[in-house]
Design a protein around this ligand. Structure first.
Ligand code: MG
Ligand code: ZN
Length: 329
């Protein structure tokens, strides 16, 4: 099925796209063209139908949020002592109790999370992928409070349609409670690859099954950890996995390449993540646009200019601009 045209009328999205285009694809920017005026509605063809799934720790942020909070609030030694005695997820809940008993408030934890390191190209990458019509989701073994606090602090919460992670809440004493994603006692998952509290592969299967057969979604999955291997195995031949180079999931994928159906594209830092991700979105979009016949484009009731696909494909090394058509003059 050919994806329908997608209207981007949001000023922030338009500006972010223009910024990214000017920075990354300067040879395709046409100075003086009305298309480049910020705030003008733009029409982008064929970008919908891509689901980008991000791991959070060491993928969106450049550290592990659990370790970050424990280290910053001075509880590393106790954490390391207790780790061999209980699952990570239960230990984090316990660490929140210990920190609370030491007088650390939820505000102290939030302030600490706001300082978590994030590569400067991650936010532009997220904004561009969203502006290009991708459905962005998070699948993480951190917890909802940590993730929401960081995303809201950086103003990027609204770019994600879904956050799948361990639930958390603040109890009547003001202590942060962290619970497992799966109910360990009543309905344990049977995956041998994943920790008892969360199987990310089951989350991916649920997202895959929620789309009907007609609106076949293409997946791009980004992650770094051991827990990202199981979801990578669930991806199909038309999907892409982006493992972080020299991190556990990359090593697992490299030692078991035959088990992976998806195309493998590694990245090592935020800059490379942005470049590879936008390249893949662009590649999928060009392929899908090839199946759109010109009568469909001309049926749009406005004046516009089409960048011929052949021009884009003449630059295999560089990332090319997706087809962007101005609406109205
Ligand atoms: Mg991670
Ligand atoms: Zn699993």
């Amino acid at each position: 099925m050919v994806p329908g045209p997608l209207m981007i009328a949001d000023q922030a999205a338009v500006e972010s796209m223009i910024l990214i285009t000017l920075e990354n694809f300067p040879s395709h920017a046409i100075p003086g063209n009305r298309f480049w005026d910020a705030g003008k509605p733009l029409l982008i063809v064929g970008m919908a139908g891509i689901v980008v799934v991000f791991d959070f720790d060491k993928t969106i942020i450049d550290c592990d949020s659990d370790n970050w909070v424990v280290d910053e609030l001075g509880a590393t030694e106790l954490f390391n002592q207790l780790l061999p005695t209980m699952p990570w997820n239960s230990l984090m809940d316990k660490m929140m109790r210990v920190l609370h008993s030491q007088g650390k408030t939820i505000e102290d934890i939030a302030e600490c999370l706001k300082r978590a390191p994030l590569h400067p190209r991650i936010i532009p990458a997220i904004k561009s992928a969203h502006a290009l019509g991708c459905d962005l989701r998070i699948v993480s073994d951190a917890n909802l409070f940590f993730i929401e606090t960081i995303l809201k602090h950086h103003g990027i919460m609204g770019y994600f349609s879904e956050i799948n992670t361990n639930p958390s809440f603040i109890d009547e004493e003001g202590r942060l409670r962290i619970l497992p994603y799966h109910d360990i006692t009543s309905s344990p998952h049977e995956c041998i690859l994943c920790p008892p509290n969360m199987c990310k592969g089951l989350v991916i299967e649920r997202i895959q099954n929620s789309a009907s057969a007609e609106e076949k979604k293409r997946f791009i999955y980004l992650g770094d950890g051991k827990g990202d291997f199981c979801p990578s195995l669930k991806l199909g031949e038309a999907d892409f996995v982006m493992p972080r180079k020299n991190f556990p999931v990359w090593e697992l994928i490299c030692s078991n390449p035959m088990l992976i159906k998806a195309e493998i594209n590694e990245w090592s830092d935020g800059e490379e993540l942005e470049r590879v991700l936008l390249h893949l979105i662009n590649k999928i979009s060009i392929k899908e646009n090839n199946s759109i016949d010109s009568s469909q484009l001309i049926s749009v009731d406005c004046k516009f200019q089409i960048i011929p696909i052949s021009t884009l494909e003449a630059f295999p090394q560089a990332l090319s601009v997706p087809q962007v058509l101005p609406v109205g003059q």
